[in-house]
Design a protein around this ligand. Structure first.
Ligand code: NAD
Ligand code: USQ
Length: 406
């Protein structure tokens, strides 16, 4: 890579599930990577008394091993970006990043719905984090490209028979004089949890700072990430990525893979008719690279990409994993408030046009069960599997109905 292409990239939340493999991927490409993380996710592991299925190493060990394996140094700063504004601003001024990638938010929907305390933490943390990053970019006077990890959940999951566009919806409105004019508006927000609501609010921060201060922003509306490792995290076991399987942080497909590895019935919420968007972690890191390499120009509106590669119904995923592994399926109470059945189709041409070659679920699922979930199955605490966070007090938790000794 020539010096011109090499960028200084600050990764906020670079110790997390998406942030760690992204940091290594970008460092491996020759970029100068700086991680900022307050390790709050590791503290939440302590709060929930549940650790990653994979044995993740302390951040100091991770960075030392990366230096030994790759020869590349990554600097680390422990800063709470939601609270420590002056520290964040000083760091931006000192490091002078070309790009900031923002992963640093509380990202679990069930965790955000556990109690008033968790709702308030999620709102305080996520909204202040995003506003502080934007404010620090303005205060620094630097022309930083901000890449944010958003969610497909901002759209809601009902699409009225059309494909969800990438961020902006074409509309036609009648004027007072009877003419009809065409416009593009931000797709109407329809969040399904307090966490998802913070992501819809983030969009408005981006819209405002882009309009008012001309900040160049890419917002990636990402689907559910599955898988564990990427080419870089596989270079040494001590670089291994996090694998969440508990009822709060475990996402649906990784949970099914881990449940299959230990013979625990696959916990389908309700009928499993919920259709969601998915992407493999290897494609996540590649998409972020592509977003960095294709920045918006000064004066462009917020650039929005749908960062997903396929859509599936939850029960179809359960049936696929059951067929491949022989695990049974348990249809449990849905602890969430969400449509029992929906169709979800979304455009994702912008990444395909820029060279993404997706990993398909059909290829990768079984490998993931055998290479990761089975290998670390002995670390699982099965009491942490049921989804115990309910959206309302009246709802019931997502526990399999039978008691068959698991
Ligand atoms: P994660 O919880 O594993 O990582 C987030 C990291 O940010 C953690 O290391 C945490 O310690 C850090 N962090 C949180 N608040 C912070 C603060 N105030 N200051 C400094 N650091 C802070 O989550 P993830 O799965 O890596 O998700 C990263 C981003 O991607 C999130 O914003 C999430 O909304 C988005 N996303 C994730 C998924 C998914 O399936 N994992 C899907 C779509 C979008
Ligand atoms: N589900 C089950 N069984 C389980 C776990 C989940 O049926 O054991 C169902 C849920 O009820 C839901 C669907 O699977 O209908 C997805 O749940 P999830 O926990 O995998 O994903 P979600 O809560 O939507 O959140 C995850 C990430 C979040 C990200 C979002 C992308 O935690 O950070 O924003 O995926 S998206 O779903 O596109 O909004």
């Amino acid at each position: 890579m020539s010096n011109k292409e090499q960028k200084k990239i600050m990764i906020l939340g670079g110790d997390g599930f998406c942030g760690w493999p992204t940091s290594l991927h970008l460092s491996n490409l020759g970029h100068d990577v700086v991680i900022v993380d307050n390790l709050s996710r590791r503290n939440i592991d302590n709060e929930l008394e549940c650790q990653s299925l994979t044995p993740i190493q302390p951040i100091g060990t991770r960075l030392k091993v990366w230096k030994d394996v790759s020869g590349q140094s990554i600097k680390f700063y422990n800063i709470n970006i939601a609270n420590d504004y002056e520290l964040l601003l000083d760091l931006v001024k000192t490091e002078q990043p070309d790009v900031i990638v923002h992963f640093a938010e509380q990202r679990s929907a069930p965790y955000s719905m556990k109690s008033a305390k968790h709702k308030r933490y999620t709102v305080d943390n996520n909204l202040n984090a995003t506003n502080n990053v934007l404010s620090a970019i303005v205060d620094s006077g630097l022309d930083v490209h901000l890449v944010h990890l958003g969610t497909m959940g901002v759209y809601g999951y009902g699409t009225a028979g059309m494909k969800i566009p990438e961020g902006y919806l074409d509309i036609e409105v009648p004027t007072e004089t009877g003419e009809r004019i065409q416009q593009q508006i931000l797709y109407p927000a329809n969040p399904g949890s307090i966490y998802h609501m913070t992501k819809t609010q983030d969009q408005l921060f981006f819209h405002f700072y882009n309009k008012n201060d001309g900040i160049r922003i890419t917002d990636l509306h990402q689907g559910i990430v599955w898988g564990t490792n990427t080419r870089e995290t596989m270079l040494d076991e001590r670089l291994i990525n996090r694998f969440d399987y508990d009822g709060d942080y475990g996402t649906v497909l990784n949970r099914f893979l881990m449940q299959a590895a230990i013979g625990y019935p696959l916990t389908v919420h309700g009928t499993g008719g919920q259709m969601r968007a998915f992407i493999h972690i290897q494609d996540t890191v590649r998409c972020i690279q592509l977003a960095i390499e294709n920045p918006p120009s000064k004066g462009d509106r917020v650039m929005i990409f749908n960062q997903m590669t396929e859509t599936h119904k939850v029960r179809d995923l359960a049936e696929l994993v059951a067929r491949l592994t022989g695990t049974e399926i348990a249809y449990v109470h849905n602890p969430r408030k969400e449509a029992a059945e929906n169709e979800l189709h979304a455009k994702h041409e912008l990444f395909l046009e820029r060279g993404l070659n997706p990993t398909t679920l059909a290829e990768g699922v079984l490998l993931e069960v055998t290479d990761v979930a089975k290998r670390y199955a002995h670390r699982a605490d099965i009491s942490k599997i049921p989804a115990t966070s309910t959206w309302t007090k009246e709802q019931q938790v997502g526990v399999p109905d039978r008691n068959a000794g698991y």
